[in-house]
Design a protein around this ligand. Structure first.
Ligand SMILES: [Zn+2]
Length: 429
């Protein structure tokens, strides 16, 4: 992944499980910006807003150009959840974009009303929920009134603000599932880092579904090498090889893109949801200003950091506080994060050992936490982002240009997923 602005600052972690049930708090009226605040650049601009139709929750993701701080409160009488994002300046165009993006949540009935109050140096989002809503009774096929219970999980973490809206139906589903979430188990018998196995409560053995996501594409070239190689070519080639190998081993496998097309990140994550994937593996190549930087690395979603952040909390609307439910959701998110780490770590180790036996100086830069947009959107699928090397480093770029090198990387990734006994090299293209 070519990051123009690399950022990752872990803010102060307050407690392991920091659950606040917010009571009404007064939000200070937004101040008009002083000239000084503009001069020292303390306000932030809006970058994007995504809506994600997740497996368990509807998610709103807001990204600003700078780290976000916010104030939240709930108005139980008005059934409102109010968020004041400090220092976020919205233009008229931004406001229009946000309203348009929020629209599906209104039309699908998740929220009753959406208000956006934009002052020059702050933005206030007001989500109004329905006290009652109509649901269809599956027995009689008629509409009936149901209390619209909502649980909101929200967090401001570095430059992102996320709101997850769990409806009563979703919450009932979560409570019914005792432990029916996919759990990864690492087979340590072989070479210390054998294949990944996934199992759920029922231990059903349905074949695992993989999604391989070649980073970038189309006009988005990603990182570029001295030898003309682009990141989008490398990612597509390696992904196609993984796809072919898994297919020949009879695993259900899909790619987010099969050709040189541009695909928005939001759509990549949405595809994973639609295809009910068990694993999501995004392939990237690095770029850095420092040409000496080289090596492979992997990223996973830092759920622990996020959940222990002081800005992380749960809010109940139209239903009493339910600690057991909160714990259940936390448990699920933690499990996803552990899975993501294990997926990223196992793949990276395999690539490292596989390349090291054939090439000198393979640098393992490690498995790192990062709250990429892709991770924020893939909250219910174990997701790993693999950087296969630096295109800005001459030696690594020349290696990545070789088909044999790319084939070996693909093969090692398949080994990490399904094990070496399945011999993907025999099936390899
Ligand atoms: Zn990339």
């Amino acid at each position: 992944m070519y990051r123009i602005s690399f950022y990752f600052s872990l803010l102060v972690l307050w407690s392991i499980l920091n659950i606040h049930i917010l009571t009404a708090a007064i939000i200070a009226p937004s101040k008009t910006p002083t000239l000084a605040s503009k001069e020292n650049n303390s306000f932030s601009t809006f970058e994007y807003l995504d809506i994600q139709d997740g497996a368990l929750a509807q998610q709103i993701i807001i990204k600003a150009a700078k780290p976000i701080t916010c104030k939240k409160h709930i108005d139980n009488e008005k059934h409102q959840f109010v968020v004041n994002i400090n220092g976020l300046a919205l233009s008229t165009l931004d406001q229009e974009t946000i309203r348009k993006k929020i629209e599906p949540l209104l039309s699908k009935g998740y929220i009753n009303r959406f208000d956006l109050e934009a002052a020059p140096d702050s933005a206030r989002f007001i989500l109004t929920f329905k006290p009652q809503r109509q649901i269809i009774n599956t027995d009689t096929n008629e509409f009936e009134e149901a209390k619209n219970s909502i649980l909101i999980r929200s967090c401001a973490y570095t430059k992102h603000f996320t709101i997850d809206i769990y409806t009563k139906d979703a919450l009932d589903g979560i409570l019914q599932k005792t432990n029916n979430f996919i759990r990864l188990a690492e087979n340590k018998k072989k070479n210390g880092n054998g294949p990944l196995f996934a199992m759920n409560e029922s231990l059903s053995c349905s074949p695992l579904r993989y999604i391989i996501d070649p980073g970038h594409g189309g006009d988005d070239h990603g990182a570029k090498a001295h030898n003309g190689l682009t990141e989008k070519e490398v990612t597509l080639d390696i992904s196609k090889r993984i796809h072919r190998m898994l297919q020949k081993l009879n695993y259900p496998v899909y790619m987010t893109r099969y050709s040189d097309i541009e695909l928005p990140l939001a759509e990549r994550a949405q595809l994973a949801q639609q295809m009910k994937a068990d694993f999501f593996i995004s392939i990237h190549a690095n770029g850095a200003v420092n040409e000496k930087a080289y090596g492979i690395e992997a990223y996973y979603f830092p759920a622990k950091e996020l959940q222990s952040h002081k800005n992380f909390d749960f809010v109940f609307i139209n239903q009493p506080k339910n600690v057991a439910l909160v714990k259940k959701i936390q448990q699920h998110v933690n499990l996803m994060a552990q899975n993501s780490y294990q997926l990223a770590h196992t793949i990276l180790q395999k690539i490292h050992t596989g390349l090291s036996t054939h090439y000198d100086d393979i640098n393992n830069r490690g498995t790192k936490p990062e709250n990429f947009r892709l991770f924020l959107q893939n909250t219910s699928i174990p997701t790993a982002l693999i950087e296969v090397g630096f295109l800005t480093n001459r030696k690594e770029a020349d290696r990545l240009k070789q088909k044999s090198y790319r084939k070996r990387i693909a093969q090692q990734i398949v080994y990490a997923l399904v094990g070496e006994s399945s011999n993907p090299s025999a099936a390899a293209a």
